[in-house]
Design a protein around this ligand. Structure first.
Ligand code: G6P
Length: 350
């Protein structure tokens, strides 16, 4: 067992550490993705369908395709697909994202989408059902993932989506920038003790908020999902600008707030949301650029990410500290993060 875990205590932390390698391997899919893009021809509209962590990767896709390519993009939870997919047509590319390629809701949506539209499945497990049924397939190449909570497969899904967006939206620089991310993540992993200490400090909290805007909103959702899955603490991801329309009523000194604040267009607005929650007593953990002095003075704990990462690229490296925070809180609470109660790695029932 220990050998399988490569010296790590759990598969989850091993898989978190495999992320730089996972990105490098996923980048090797580029030529296959180029072939698919050439074959597919014109894409007028995109509709992502997925569940769980794969749904959060899809949300990043929406921000990318709409902001860089002006391609109208919907994101639908697979379990909601049949209630809201009425307007699909032959010019819509339906992109199904699934680590396992076996999630029942996602397969059902795939079968429905095939009646009207071109389908592309982004999948990690070779030969899985989704790969046999979709028109086009992209493999995430993260290697087998054992931990129930998805980590390296999420990072690989994002890598695929960025490559696809780079090609479809003609932004070659996205692919160049992806090559720099493995080293940036490695540097964060080398300093994980800092995050472990923050996790110790908040292990007894009962509620958490995760906030972000734009590209950081799905990151906030994913941070909250990781927390729920493996620590059993209630974590809620919220669009930072929406806090004032309800959740602010819940904020006090017992509800820590994690703010995702990369440099870019949304930065100053999210920092003012940090001020708002602090004024109500909240302890704030911010994830932002290393040399962001503003953040240093506003937040109680700041987790620094390489300054070169802008808002658009931030979803890939910025999720890593959130994964580590949940992992170390899970361990501090005596939970086995690899096998959270009530959850399954692959859900084959609707
Ligand atoms: C389960 C897993 C999650 C995963 C979701 C979707 O709930 O526990 O980690 O994100 O299914 O799975 P898929 O294989 O379709 O990506």
């Amino acid at each position: 067992d220990m050998a399988e875990k490569g010296g790590y205590d759990h598969f989850m932390i091993k898989e978190i550490h495999e992320q730089p390698e996972a990105i490098k391997n996923t980048l090797m899919e580029l030529t296959d993705i180029e072939k698919i893009v050439n074959k597919m021809g014109n894409v007028k509209r995109i509709c992502f369908v997925a569940c769980g962590t794969s749904y959060h990767a899809s949300l990043i896709g929406k921000y990318l395709f709409e902001s860089l390519g002006g391609i109208p993009t919907d994101v639908i939870l697979a379990s909601e697909f049949k209630y809201s997919a009425g307007s699909l047509d032959k010019d819509t590319l339906v992109i199904l994202i699934s680590q396992s390629g076996e999630t029942a809701d996602t397969l059902k949506a795939l079968r429905t989408a095939k009646n009207t539209s071109k389908t592309l499945a982004i999948v990690n497990v070779l030969g899985s059902t989704a790969t046999r049924e979709a028109d086009y397939i992209i493999y995430t190449r993260a290697g087998p993932e054992i931990g129930v909570a998805a980590t390296k497969t999420y990072i690989s899904q994002l890598t695929c989506i960025y490559m696809l967006a780079g090609l479809l939206c003609k932004h070659g620089d996205l692919v160049d920038k992806l090559h720099e991310i493995p080293q940036i993540i490695q540097n964060m992993l080398d300093n994980e003790d800092y995050i472990k200490a923050i996790a110790q400090k908040y292990r007894d909290a009962q509620d958490f908020f995760f906030i972000g805007r734009g590209f950081s909103y799905p990151t906030a959702l994913e941070g909250a999902l990781k927390l729920k899955e493996i620590t059993y603490i209630h974590g809620e991801g919220y669009a930072a600008g929406e806090l004032k329309h309800g959740p602010l009523a819940l904020i006090d000194d017992e509800v820590p707030v994690v703010a995702v604040t990369p440099p870019g267009e949304s930065h100053d607005k999210t920092v003012s949301n940090v001020e708002e929650v602090r004024a109500r007593g909240a302890h704030v953990i911010a994830v932002g650029a290393e040399s962001d002095e503003n953040l240093q003075s506003e937040a109680e704990d700041v987790i620094g990410v390489d300054d070169s990462i802008d808002e658009i690229m931030s979803p890939i490296p910025y999720v890593v500290p959130l994964q580590l925070l949940s992992y170390y809180m899970s361990v501090a609470r005596g939970i086995d993060p690899d096998k959270p109660k009530n959850l399954a790695k692959c859900v084959t029932v609707e």
